[in-house]
Design a protein around this ligand. Structure first.
Ligand SMILES: [Zn+2]
Length: 208
């Protein structure tokens, strides 16, 4: 039935298969795990900071917990919002910038999670310019992506290039680029109500 949504009854994650992944693919997956901490679960973010080394070493208990907590967060978001409107949009943290990166570089040149990591850094940079994140938050966000061996620096496209690609995002409404931004670690919001000059500053800083 078109327009109906059904949620899965079971999510099975076989952690043994993770050890067969190339390191780059594994890191790319970790980007989406970090995302849950950033958008809604500050305790999980703290836990990830403490356990990232073990996670990257594929420690079974740490992996199991990270996957469990990620699934729990996703299930809560989806249950609260079955139609991809409110909270579910927060799962797109880093993705508006990230999709622009993937698109510009050609799909597969940057892995999705790599583009999301660099995109999340850009969203954090804009959030700091807006006064919503402090310097320490920025350092923590950079450090955790670095510990997960993910890229911090996006490709040096012009701001015009980024903006043109970001306009293709499905969250654009009335020509306005709606972004997922952070108002602290563990708190994200979707908004088009940000200072566009500051978005330009974020994009100009890439090329600098
Ligand atoms: Zn994603």
């Amino acid at each position: 039935m078109i327009g109906a949504f059904y949620q899965p009854k079971v999510v099975l994650a076989d952690i043994d298969t993770l050890s067969t992944l190339p390191a780059r693919e594994f890191s790319a997956g970790v980007a989406e795990v970090i995302k849950y901490g950033l958008i809604r679960d500050a305790d999980f973010f703290d836990w990830l900071e403490t356990n990232m080394h073990s996670l990257m070493a594929l420690d079974e208990q740490v992996l199991s917990y990270a996957i469990y907590r990620s699934c729990q967060n996703k299930a809560e978001v989806v249950a609260a919002d079955e139609h991809e409107a409110g909270e579910r949009a927060l799962l797109n943290l880093g993705h508006t910038f990230g999709h622009a990166i993937e698109n510009a570089m050609g799909y597969g040149v940057w892995l999705h999670g790599e583009a999301v990591a660099a995109g999340t850094i850009l969203a954090a940079d804009l959030s700091q310019r807006l006064g919503w994140l402090n310097k320490q938050d920025i350092q923590r966000i950079s450090a955790i992506f670095q510990a997960a061996k993910l890229p911090l620096n996006p490709p040096k496209l012009t701001p015009e290039n980024y903006l043109a690609l970001m306009q293709l995002d499905k969250k654009v409404a009335d020509g306005q680029i709606r972004l997922i931004l952070q108002q602290g670690i563990g708190k994200a919001v979707m908004t088009a109500d940000y200072d566009k000059a500051m978005l330009n500053q974020t994009l100009e800083a890439i090329a600098a």
